[in-house]
Structures are given as C-alpha cells and as structure tokens.
Design a protein around this ligand. Structure first.
Ligand code: KG4
Ligand code: ZN
Length: 348
C-alpha cells in the first residue's frame, strides 16, 4: 500500500492512467510521478495481425470489452482501490477517435464517481513523459524526439508547461515506414520488431538506401521515399530473378532510418542548446537505433534519456506521469471535454 493517508506531510499523489488511443488497452497506477505500482497492457496485436494493420472499428470494440478488466487488474496489482486515487489521467488525442472515446468516457466516469480531478493528456507528450518517469530530474530545456507508428515529432520544451513542435514528418512516420516495409517483405505486423530481428543477421552497408532531407536545414523528416526505394529494389531484383538478401535489406533500411533520426535530433539539440535529449515512442524500442543514439550522445557529451523498451511502446504509466505534472499545476479538464483524433501539441 502506498504512503497515502499515513500522515499529513507524507501524502502520495496516486494517479490512475488510461491509454486507448490505438491498439493497446492500458491502465497504470503511478505514485508521485515516479513509482509505478502497476502497468497493465492488453495488446490487440493478435486481433489486427490478420488484417496487416489496425482496424479502427475492431479496436474500439475491443477496448470496450477489455478496459474494465484491465483497470481492475491495475488497481489490484497496485494494492489500491478507487477511493485511494488522487486523480485519473487519460489520453485525449491524437489517435483513433472511437478508441480514444472509450478511454475518455471511462476516465470521466471514474472522475465523477470518485469525485477526483480528470486530467487529459496529449499522446505524444505522454511518450515524452516516459523519460521523466525514469529520470525525474531531467534538466530543461529539452529536445525530445517521439518516433512511433503515427509520429516522428521533434519537440522543444522549456518547462513542464511549455512544449512546442519544431519538426515532423512530411509523409510517413518512421514506425509506419517500418510497418510498410515489413509488409512488402512478408514479415507481418507490427513491422518494427520483425525488421529489427532480421536486421541482426544483415550487413547495413551491403546496399545504400536514400536518406531524405538529411542535408535540409530544418527538422522535418520524410520516410515515404525510403519505403518506395525498398519496394523498387525488391521488384527489380525479383524481375531479374535475383535472390534478395533480406537480412541485408532490413539492416540497410534500419540504418537509413536511424541515421536520419539521430542526425535530426542531435542537430536540433545543439541548435536549441538543449541540456537533455529525450528519445521515446515505439520505434525507440529498437536496439540498433538506441545504440546509435547512445554512441552519438557519448561522442558529443550530450545528456541522453531513452526509457527502457517496454516504456517506449504505448502504455498507461507514461499517461499517469504526464498527468502527474499537470496535477501539480492544477491543470484539470472539465467533464464535458471531448476526444480529439488530431490534436495539436500547442493546444495541450
Ligand atoms: O508508440 P507506439 O507503440 O504506438 C504509436 O503511438 O504509434 O509505436 C508503434 C510503432 C509501430 O510502427 C511499430 O512497428 C514500432 O513502433 N516499433 C518498432 C519496434 N517496436 C515497435 N520499430 C522499430 N523497432 C522496434 N523494435
Ligand atoms: Zn504511441
């Protein structure tokens, strides 16, 4: 049992976090923004795998079935009851609207029934807060790269209440490129882990793939040309009846993505005089990318924070932590707030 109610000065802030923006139904209980008492994730990957990607209607129906048991499991694992909660935090957007609504409605019900604050969280910022969970004393200003299935966002943050988007993808997100390339290579869904595994047996320099916008001075990225280059390479080799070394192709693709991401993020960190570079989101679970960032940060003497892989992919602990910092500012949402499929970072 956490230290709440044991003494006037030792009250803990216990936040229930909920995450349902895509295909993970997740609930977590976090005390004081640092102690994860429970972090439960029910993945829908098996449901969507046969379609080769997430089917929105199927996802929201599955969230409805799964959310209550997932919340009950999180509370039980944390050893707390609804009455122990200080606040409930939930992802309001961006994401699949039907999926977001299931989490938001559940959070509103809990806030109302328990008479506790409702805190809404931007999904991309929640990924950033996975970094504050593992390193609460991160020094501002920060530059954060959130690299996932829906986003390749570079963010500049000067304080917990001031984050601004400084770069994004012009087309596909990096994770989306991993998923699409995996699909054409017949590796299934989700593509990131499958490509990473295959790439371990390949040579990243066996063939050279394009690195779009690398020379460009801004912080935007583009990955659709890289994906097309992989598709064209496969068709060309097949047309010539050449055997394709798929491990080399996976490794070369992964290396091209990593070089662009590391270059853009490290350049932004230098230009913005960031004290800390944060890297988060599902693609940051990639071991090769993590090693590239670690190597470059070491070379430049840059302070780097990347959460462990399980906190990079979607989870509700990051939502609870993002909610904790909003709780400290008294930044609560009204029970009439709506979900938002696309939600600009600046509006949060
Ligand atoms: O953050 P996340 O779980 O969900 C979104 O907010 O999108 O990210 C999912 C994305 C997928 O595109 C998945 O293929 C990618 O992260 N991903 C990876 C790895 N694990 C997940 N990409 C590369 N390497 C991985 N190990
Ligand atoms: Zn995500």
């Amino acid at each position: 049992m956490p230290k709440r109610k044991t003494g006037r000065l030792t009250l803990s802030v216990i936040i229930l976090g909920l995450e349902t923006s895509c295909d993970e139904t997740a609930a977590a209980v976090v005390a004081d923004g640092t102690a994860v008492l429970a972090n439960v994730i029910a993945s829908q990957i098996e449901v969507h795998r046969r379609f080769g990607g997430v089917v929105p209607e199927v996802a929201s129906r599955r969230h409805i079935e799964t959310l209550n048991p997932v919340i009950a499991a999180a509370l039980a694992e944390a050893g707390v009851s609804f009455g122990d909660l200080t606040a409930v935090a939930v992802t309001r957007g961006p994401g699949l609207l039907g999926s977001l609504l299931t989490g938001l409605m559940a959070a509103k019900g809990i806030a109302f029934a328990c008479n506790i604050p409702l805190i809404t969280v931007h999904h991309v910022l929640a990924h950033v807060y996975a970094c504050f969970l593992v390193a609460p004393d991160i020094a501002f200003p920060v530059v954060a790269l959130v690299v996932s299935g829906g986003h390749t966002d570079l963010i500049y943050g000067v304080s917990h209440s001031e984050f601004k988007l400084i770069g994004q993808t012009r087309d596909d997100a990096a994770g989306e490129a991993f998923d699409k390339v995996a699909r054409v290579m017949g590796l299934g869904y989700p593509g990131g882990p499958a490509i990473e595994q295959l790439a371990q047996k390949g040579n990243p320099t066996a063939l050279h793939l394009p690195r779009a916008m690398l020379e460009d001075k801004g912080y935007d990225t583009s990955f659709s040309g890289l994906k097309t280059a992989v598709v064209n390479y496969l068709y060309r080799q097949e047309g010539k009846s050449n055997q394709v070394n798929r491990a080399d192709l996976a490794a070369a693709f992964q290396a091209a993505v990593a070089e662009v991401l590391v270059t853009k993020a490290v350049t932004a960190a230098a230009d913005y005089h960031a004290k800390t570079l944060l890297v988060a989101g599902g693609v940051a679970a990639n071991g090769y990318l993590r090693a590239c960032f670690q190597e470059e940060a070491r070379r430049r003497g840059l302070h780097l924070v990347i959460p462990p892989p399980a906190l990079c992919t979607d989870n509700a602990a990051m939502v609870a932590v993002a909610g904790y910092y909003r709780f400290l500012r008294g930044d609560f949402a009204s029970l009439s707030i709506n979900a938002a499929a696309s939600l600009p970072l600046a509006s949060e």
